[in-house]
Write a protein that binds this ligand. Structure first.
Ligand code: AVI
Length: 336
């Protein structure tokens, strides 16, 4: 992923990505997918950034993952937010403009919006344009007074935010779901540093998954219904659909071990046999057992994450953790 800075411009309307309902989804990133998959298959070890999971099918599969009995992060974070929404809203303060990074179906923001005092604007940013617009329309319908401004963009790259809402007092980031864990350590620090500039005078409310019993972690990424496997394999299905590749999905296996030394789950697609794959006029050879590394999902200790946030320029304030110590939500403040 890139480490280029996020940008906020005084009046960015002219620079916003031209997303309309008529626009085919993912138009902005199709070229990136081809380029990055070609590069990822050519390097050793083979790898691709997890952001490419999230086409329409991938986003729908991720929503199903969130409902799985083994996948504790979503329900634990939601329960924490419901239980502590008033305290979180107090940290954020009245008249805030909320920017959500990787908004998906915008479920968690609803809990926060219910508790916030006069939220002025909600800016959900997501790579999956269609998913984003459906969720934004639903939010508008339920919060008629709220200015909802979806931005279809890859938030790991530079993008423009609209000029601050005239009545808003501060801009606050919302980054739930422990998506910070899908960055590498340098990328996580880079993301926090860039958002600290963008959100100066406000802060960031961020969900962070915690280090825990490896068996629980393993189960969460190896569910018995096979939804996580389908989510992982959809990356290859997407390459077949969008790029005319000829991956045989039956010949790749989902593999998701927990690596305690790195404090992360790794997701891979492992070739079940020697095979060749064609993509954009190139032929790629896989030996039996070769892997394409598709995702890291880092886990943190509370102290370790607070230290990282501090290094990025935030002032860690409140932190909420569920009674089983599965998941944490942090309020990171930023001076003006
Ligand atoms: C989006 N992200 C925080 C999820 C995670 O847990 O790392 C993505 C995911 N991958 C497999 N299951 C869920």
């Amino acid at each position: 992923m890139t480490t280029q800075p996020l940008r906020a411009t005084p009046d960015a309307r002219a620079h916003l990505l031209p997303v309309t309902d008529a626009q085919p989804p993912h138009q902005v990133i199709d070229g990136d997918f081809a380029r990055e998959l070609l590069a990822g298959l050519a390097r050793r070890p083979r790898s691709i950034a997890p952001k490419f999971f999230y086409d329409r099918e991938g986003s729908a599969l991720f929503d199903r993952i969130c409902e799985l009995p083994e996948y504790y992060p979503t329900r634990t974070e939601l329960a924490l937010m419901k239980a502590q929404a008033d305290e979180m809203a107090e940290c954020i303060g009245p008249d805030a403009e909320i920017v959500e990074f990787g908004a998906g179906s915008s479920r968690k923001i609803r809990v926060l919006l219910g508790a916030l005092q006069r939220p002025r604007r909600f800016v959900p940013i997501d790579i999956s344009a269609e998913h984003l617009h459906v969720a934004a329309d639903a939010l508008r319908a339920d919060h008629p007074g709220l200015d909802v401004r979806p931005i279809a963009a890859d938030f790991t790259r530079p993008f423009d935010l609209p000029a601050p809402h005239a009545a808003s007092r501060r801009r606050v980031g919302f980054f739930p779901g422990s998506s910070i864990g899908n960055f590498g350590p340098d990328e996580a620090l880079g993301f926090l540093r860039r958002t600290a500039v963008l959100l100066r005078g406000g802060g960031l409310l961020i969900g962070v998954d915690l280090v825990k019993d490896p068996a629980l972690l393993h189960a969460a990424y190896n569910d018995t219904a096979g939804v996580t496997a389908a989510f992982n394999l959809n990356l290859l299905a997407r390459a077949n659909r969008e790029l005319g590749a000829n991956f045989d999905l039956a010949q790749f296996a989902h593999y998701a071990p927990y690596r305690p030394a790195e404090q992360r789950i790794e997701m891979h697609l492992v070739s079940r046999r020697a095979q060749q794959v064609r993509l954009c006029g190139h032929v790629f050879e896989f030996a039996e057992g070769d892997t394409l590394h598709t995702e890291n999902s880092h886990k943190f200790s509370v102290a370790g994450f607070r230290a990282l946030a501090e290094q990025a320029g935030y002032t860690p304030r409140a932190v909420w953790v569920d009674p089983q110590r599965l998941f944490s939500v942090h309020w990171l403040a930023l001076p003006a």
